[in-house]
Design a protein around this ligand. Structure first.
Ligand SMILES: [Zn+2]
Length: 152
């Protein structure tokens, strides 16, 4: 019971997650946006840009703020590989995680949930998927479910 409920919601949550990640990716190709905030004596940054998530830190204190800027034309549009950079455009140490990684993490289980939930074809038992072509009793010989779709 609990499991089927998870499937029912999980596939939609997963689908929304995929759409969100794709949208963020599309935006991040042209824009960099994120938030810098102080964490004790450290500066921490969470951002998206160049098709990646970026988690950065620095030991120089800054003011906490949101920031948005257009990607510079000379910079690569998308970084496809994970990276750790020091003193790049961020002026911070940053871990760069391409968005295709979280996308795959969300998309693969979502795809499996959708495939598993796909309904059997009309001439198959809607309960167990047994092929009912030529079945005249209207009862599935495999699991005993009465056929729901009856021909007029
Ligand atoms: Zn059946």
């Amino acid at each position: 019971m609990k499991r089927s409920r998870f499937r029912k919601w999980g596939k939609w949550v997963g689908l929304v997650g995929c759409v969100v990640i794709v949208t963020v990716f599309a935006v991040s190709v042209c824009w960099r946006l994120g938030r810098v905030f102080r964490c004790g004596s450290q500066t921490v940054m969470l951002a998206v840009g160049h098709g990646c998530l970026m988690v950065g830190h620095d030991d120089k204190p800054t003011v906490s703020e949101w920031w948005v800027e257009r990607s510079r034309p000379q910079a690569p549009r998308v970084y496809w590989m994970p990276d750790y950079s020091r003193g790049s455009w961020l002026m911070l140490s940053a871990t760069i995680i391409p968005l295709w990684i979280p996308f795959l993490i969300v998309a693969i289980p979502t795809l499996l949930l959708w495939r598993r939930d796909r309904r059997p074809p009309a001439n198959h038992c809607q309960s167990c998927g047994y092929n009912l072509t030529g079945n005249v009793s209207g009862v599935c010989p495999e699991c005993g479910t009465e056929r729901l779709t009856t021909k007029a």
